[in-house]
Design a protein around this ligand. Structure first.
Ligand SMILES: [Ca+2]
Length: 173
């Protein structure tokens, strides 16, 4: 192999490594009223108070799965999440990906929190009851001013439990 060939080979290898390498990221979640947060099926964070958000530092790679199960306790409902790594972020948005959402009651397979589950047919999240600065939202949720939105699941409303799922892609890390 020539020197040029070796250099090209090394660059290709470095690019491949960067694709599969786990990246440092931060996950932010707030919910009205409660949420459990999972990474590849493991519970990593909980939030109980709509006035505050939780943040969790993690390492993720493409193909990993972030799952959030949120429950409402009346009147106002919504959940918001942002996975942030460097200058990339994957946030919850109404009627748009990359997060997807369904009513928890419609998820019969507990594996939905794990890799390997196919959520490609899940709907995009639906609208929550509130938009800031109305009551029911965590006042200082990061990234809300840059696209993250409180969402819910289609067919859900007051007192429902909803499941949100994000498959980590190159758009996120
Ligand atoms: Ca509520």
């Amino acid at each position: 192999m020539t020197l040029t060939g070796s250099i090209v080979g090394a660059i290709v290898l470095l690019k491949l490594i960067s694709i599969i390498q786990a990246q440092n990221a931060e996950l932010y979640v707030a919910a009205d009223n409660l949420a459990d947060v999972y990474l590849n099926g493991d519970l990593v964070a909980k939030t109980y108070d709509w006035k505050n958000f939780v943040s969790y530092s993690l390492t993720v790679k493409r193909g990993d799965v972030i799952a959030v199960e949120a429950s409402d306790l009346g009147v106002v409902y919504g959940v918001i999440a942002a996975l942030v790594s460097g200058n990339k972020k994957c946030v919850t948005r109404v009627n748009r990906g990359p997060w997807r959402a369904v009513l928890s009651a419609n998820v019969l397979n507990e594996d939905w929190k794990c890799k390997g589950f196919d959520s490609s047919l899940w709907s995009f999240p639906s609208a929550a009851t509130v938009t800031p600065p109305n009551p029911g939202t965590a006042p200082k949720f990061p990234y809300q001013s840059t696209g993250a939105q409180y969402v819910w699941a289609r067919g859900g409303g007051v007192n429902y439990r909803v499941a949100l799922r994000l498959v980590v892609t190159s758009a996120c890390v």
